[in-house]
Design a protein around this ligand. Structure first.
Ligand SMILES: Cc1cc2nc3c(=O)[nH]c(=O)nc-3n(C[C@H](O)[C@H](O)[C@H](O)COP(=O)(O)OP(=O)(O)OC[C@H]3O[C@@H](n4cnc5c(N)ncnc54)[C@H](O)[C@@H]3O)c2cc1C
Length: 440
């Protein structure tokens, strides 16, 4: 159910295993409506290793590769006008990539259809009354869809998941962040070139709020403002044109001239909410299974929602290939992936604080440089947490989180009395690391 990013990709994998797959999707066919943005969804996404590995696993990475724009690091735009590019990684190809959500989704739906998947649009799930049977509303009327197995990839507002609110075995909980987001755009120069550095993810960190920008293939950037929903500096305080202009000229003076129609964009573009969805279980006996955002939507600050949804697809497909018992399959999937989902959801929340505020800390750059130095010095023991999540698909999120906590303590200890990398005692560092961390 759902022909978003996760449902489309998983249908390809199942079809390649020889299953007869039908996909039902609420939206109109997105390929007939190119460029129209769906409410509540970002225009572009950052893809990293887990997303790329999943596309390779499904045999469709070649089609996607040309859509990717490498982002080598975070370009920080400080309020005093200074810019600083902080690399995401230190090894060759440790980049993340900007990709258009709609192009990726179109490509995945095309590939699914080419594999024989029967995809129908404007077919909305409306009920779930009996096992293996879903009520669907379509332009031709309502009907019951009976399937041997039902996989729910219908996103963060999954109807069936919500029908379990406060009820076992799914017991889903939605945690709404008190911050929201709004997307704006920096157009390309007239000749199609980029107005700011193309190969970076731009961040304007301002403590309680931040602006970010990701490049698009046509030379424009999608900007996203994240800030509190209510309060003194908040979306609710920015209703009048004058207030919007004053706010941008005070906090984002270098971005302001790049957004020619700021106030009309700001007033007309929707403000989206952000949430984390945690479930006790992802399946009810073996009647259906939740995957992707339907199972574990997260805030977007680690850029892992889609990447982790794609990781779900690979794991589930692999388990299905090696098992005939559906209850065991669902159980195994959940046992492996639930701790990972919980871990990346936590890290995504933490990363918001790092991106908008942590990077402004005097010790932030030192700790980042030190992390890279320790990775060089002891590569089998110490990999920066960001690198484990973004560049090491073989390290589960839960392991990155656990090791990340220990590494944070080590970095705090080593930088306690200095602001200078040259004053770090690497012999002492090695001793502490080997005491506290096992080799990877
Ligand atoms: C602002 C923002 C920025 C983000 N940036 C990133 C990023 O940089 N990197 C990253 O990895 N992730 C990012 N994400 C997260 C990412 O968008 C999601 O994790 C990803 O879309 C999940 O895919 P999905 O297929 O599970 O869900 P969705 O993409 O939501 O797809 C669900 C599909 O189900 C359909 N559907 C819903 N209800 C029904 C119904 N009743 N009947 C039939 N069909 C239905 C929907 O129409 C939709 O097509 C971001 C999210 C947001 C909000």
């Amino acid at each position: 159910m759902g022909a978003g990013l996760c449902g489309s990709l998983f249908s390809i994998m199942l079809a390649k295993q020889g299953f007869s797959v039908v996909v039902r999707e609420r939206r109109i066919n997105p390929r007939s409506d190119i460029g129209v943005k769906e409410a509540g969804k970002s225009i572009n996404l950052a893809m990293s290793v887990r997303g790329i590995n999943a596309l390779k696993y499904a045999g469709i990475f070649k089609e996607v590769e040309s859509l990717l724009i490498p982002m080598k690091g975070r370009m920080l735009h400080y309020q005093d006008g200074r810019n600083e590019l902080q690399s995401y990684g230190q090894h060759k190809n440790e980049f993340i990539y900007s990709i258009s959500r709609s192009r990726l989704n179109h490509m995945l739906i095309d590939a699914a259809e080419n594999c024989g998947v029967d995809v129908k649009f404007k077919h909305t799930i409306v009920s779930y009354d009996e096992p293996q049977t879903i009520g669907i509303k379509s332009p031709e009327g309502e009907y019951k869809l009976k399937a041997e197995k039902i996989i729910l990839a219908d996103g963060s507002s999954s109807l069936i998941r919500r029908s379990y609110n406060d009820n076992d075995p799914i017991f889903p909980k939605e945690y709404i962040l008190p911050h929201s987001y709004k997307e704006l755009s920096i157009p390309a120069n007239e000749n199609g070139s980029f107005k700011i550095e193309k190969n970076a993810l731009h961040v304007w960190p301002r403590g309680q709020f931040m602006l970010i920008a990701l490049p698009n293939p046509e030379g424009d950037f999608t900007l996203t403002l994240f800030m509190p929903t209510e309060g003194e500096k908040s979306f609710s305080a920015l209703e009048k044109e004058k207030d919007i202009e004053e706010f941008f000229s005070e906090y984002f003076s270098d971005a302001l001239p790049l957004i020619p129609d700021l106030t009309s964009q700001f007033t007309n573009n929707p403000t989206g909410s952000l949430r984390t969805i945690r479930c006790k279980h992802w399946h009810d006996k073996d009647n259906f299974l939740l995957i992707g955002d339907a199972a574990h939507a997260m805030v977007p600050f680690h850029a892992q929602g889609m990447n982790s949804a794609f990781d779900d697809c690979v794991l589930l497909d692999t388990i299905i290939k090696n098992n005939n018992d559906w209850h065991d399959i669902y159980q195994k999937f959940e046992e492996t992936q639930l701790p990972n989902a919980n871990a990346i959801q936590d890290m995504a929340l933490e990363n918001y604080i790092e991106m908008r505020d942590g990077v402004l800390d005097k010790k932030f750059s030192l700790k980042k440089e030190l992390s890279f130095a320790l990775e060089k010095h002891l590569p089998s023991y110490f990999i920066p947490r960001y690198s484990m999540v973004m560049f090491h698909g073989e390290i589960p999120y839960s392991v990155s989180q656990e090791r990340g906590e220990i590494q944070k303590e080590i970095l705090d200890e080593l930088t306690k009395n200095t602001d200078n990398l040259n004053q770090i005692d690497f012999n002492q560092a090695e001793k502490i690391i080997k005491q506290k961390l096992t080799p990877l």
